[in-house]
Design a binder for this molecule. Structure first.
Ligand code: SF4
Ligand code: SF4
Length: 80
């Protein structure tokens, strides 16, 4: 794997000015499966839920595929 890919932030700047990022919703049951499978070690437990560190996430999508509850979602938000 290209070493620089680990440095890329998860926020993708799209031509329409929107930013995209994977996020974990409050329906997370804290099973930890996504954290175990994340190749970038970007998912950590934060209280009773798990959170994605947007600085480490490389948008690979593994967590979205792994989550048994489908509580990892790709969100769009406006660029500031
Ligand atoms: S998209 Fe990939 S790198 Fe980002 S949190 Fe999920 S598994 Fe980790
Ligand atoms: S795999 Fe899904 S339910 Fe399990 S900790 Fe990750 S986000 Fe939460």
């Amino acid at each position: 794997m290209c070493a620089i890919s680990h440095l890329l932030p998860s926020l993708l700047n799209h031509s329409n000015g929107e930013l995209m990022a994977y996020e974990i919703t409050e329906d997370c049951i804290s099973c930890g499966m996504c954290a175990d499978e994340c190749p970038s070690d970007a998912i950590k437990q934060d209280g009773i839920l798990y959170r994605i560190d947007q600085e480490l996430c490389t948008e690979c999508g593994t967590c979205e595929e792994t989550c048994p509850r489908k509580t990892v979602v790709k969100t769009e938000r406006e660029a500031s």
